[in-house]
Design a protein around this ligand. Structure first.
Ligand SMILES: [Zn+2]
Length: 369
C-alpha cells in the first residue's frame, strides 16, 4: 500500500526528507515516498508563494478560533482546495485509487485544523507543518509524521465525518490516536502516549487493515515517541557508550560492533569529526575531506560517489543518511540510538548528539591541513 507525500513550495525539502525518514524507520506493508511535484504558476491557489520561509506567519488572530475563508486574501485555504491539490497530483502522476496522497503544507486552512482527511471518498489528506514551534521544542517533523500516519489509519478505518463525531473520535481523551484534539498542545500529549485503543484496533481490522499494518503503525508511533522525548532532553537514565572507530574502520558502540557500508561509515565518521554540526547546504565545501575518509574505507573509491553525495543528486545524501540512521537504530536499539544518529532541524545544522568525550576516531581519519 503506497502513501505518496506531496508538499507545497513553502515546505523545506529537508523537512520532507526528515518526515520520510521517520515514516520509513519501520518496514512493513505501508510504503511511504515523496513525490516532487512541479506546481505551475497558474495554480489557482498560489502555491508558488512563500518559498520556504521558516518564520513566516499567517496573520490569524487566534489559534483556537475558526478562521473564515476569504478567497481574496489567498489564505487560508479551504479543505476542498487542499484536497484538490492532492487530486491534481493523483491525476498528473497516475496514482491508483487505492494509494494515498498526503499534502504537507505550511498554509493554514479555513477550519484551522492541523490535518484532515478527505472523508468523501478519495484517499487524500493534508497536514499542516507550520506553527508547531509554539508548542514543541523539537523539529515539527515528529508531529507531522505522526499526523500523516494518523490520517492514513483514519481513512483505513473508514472514518466518516458526516456522521456523529462520537462515532469516530473519542471526545474524552483516553490516550488513543483518535482522541479528539482541539489544539496542538493536546496533539503533543497524544504523541507521548503513541497508542491506539482496543476499539480503534478492532475497527481497523474490521475494515481489512491487517495486523501487520497495525503493528507497523504502532512501531512508528513508538519511534516518534522516543525520538521526541530524546530531542526534548528526556533521555531518562540511559547512558550512551563510547563510539570507537579503529584504524581499519571498524566501528563499535560499547561492545557492539556496528555494521555499515563504506559510504555510510564515511558519512558517520565525517559528522563525528565535526561535533558542532554541519549545514547540509554547505556539504560540498567538504567534498575532499569526505573523499579522504571514503578512500580509507574502500579500495578503488570512485570520486563520483562522493560528488553525488555532497551535491545530494536525486536526494543521494538524504537517502544514505536515512539508511545509515535506520541501521544505527536497528543495531544499537531505542532509545540509545538517538545519541548516534545524524539529526537536526531542517535548514539548520545537523550533528550527532553523542558527547565529544565519548567519540574516539583513529587519527588516520583526521584530515591533515
Ligand atoms: Zn481509539
Amino acid at each position: 500500500m503506497k502513501i505518496n507525500l506531496i508538499y507545497s513550495p513553502d515546505v523545506h525539502p529537508q523537512s520532507m526528507d526528515a518526515i520520510l525518514e521517520i515514516l520509513k524507520s519501520v518496514s512493513g506493508p505501508l510504503e511511504f515516498s515523496v513525490l516532487h511535484m512541479r506546481w505551475s504558476y497558474d495554480d489557482r491557489y498560489n502555491v508558488q508563494q512563500h518559498r520556504y520561509h521558516n518564520d513566516f506567519r499567517f496573520r490569524i488572530e487566534s489559534e483556537y478560533k475558526l478562521q473564515e475563508y476569504k478567497a481574496s486574501l489567498g489564505y487560508p485555504l479551504s479543505w476542498r482546495e487542499l484536497f484538490f491539490l492532492c487530486q491534481k497530483a493523483r491525476y498528473s502522476e497516475n496514482i491508483p485509487d487505492q494509494d494515498f496522497v498526503i499534502l504537507i503544507t505550511n498554509r493554514r486552512n479555513s477550519m484551522n485544523f492541523f490535518s484532515m482527511f478527505d472523508y468523501q471518498g478519495e484517499r487524500n489528506a493534508f497536514v499542516q507543518s507550520s506553527d508547531w514551534d509554539y508548542f514543541l521544542k523539537s523539529p515539527e517533523t515528529y508531529p507531522v509524521a505522526y499526523e500523516v500516519l494518523a490520517n492514513v489509519l483514519r481513512i483505513l478505518m473508514r472514518f466518516d465525518l458526516t456522521e456523529d463525531i462520537k462515532r469516530n473520535f473519542h471526545l474524552d481523551a483516553i490516550g488513543c490516536m483518535n482522541d479528539f484534539c482541539e489544539n496542538k498542545s493536546q496533539i503533543i500529549l497524544k504523541l507521548r502516549t503513541a497508542d491506539l485503543c482496543h476499539s480503534c484496533i478492532e475497527r481497523l481490522e474490521r475494515n481489512d487493515a491487517d495486523q501487520q499494518i497495525v503493528a507497523q503503525a504502532l512501531d512508528i508511533f513508538e519511534k516518534i515517541r522516543t525520538s521526541l522525548k530524546f530531542s526534548q532532553g528526556f533521555a531518562g537514565n540511559i547512558k550512551p557508550k563510547k563510539l570507537t572507530v579503529s584504524q581499519n574502520g571498524m566501528m563499535t558502540a560499547g561492545d557492539t560492533e556496528i555494521s555499515l557500508t563504506p559510504l555510510e561509515k564515511t558519512i558517520l565518521i565525517f559528522f563525528l569529526l565535526h561535533p558542532d554540526g554541519i549545514r547540509l547546504a554547505t556539504l560540498d565545501d567538504y567534498e575532499l575531506e569526505i573523499f579522504g575518509i571514503y578512500q580509507r574505507l574502500k579500495a578503488n573509491a570512485a570520486p563520483q560517489n562522493i560528488r553525488n553525495l555532497v551535491a545530494n543528486f536525486d536526494g543521494n545524501f538524504a537517502y544514505n543518511k536515512s539508511r545509515l540512521n535506520k541501521k544505527l537504530r536497528e543495531q544499537i536499539g531505542e532509545p540509545l540510538a538517538n545519541y548516534y544518529i545524524i539529526d537536526g532541524v531542517p535548514g539548520e545544522k545537523f550533528s550527532v548528539a553523542l558527547p565529544e568525550d565519548l567519540i574516539w576516531v583513529d587519527k588516520s581519519f583526521i584530515p591533515v591541513h
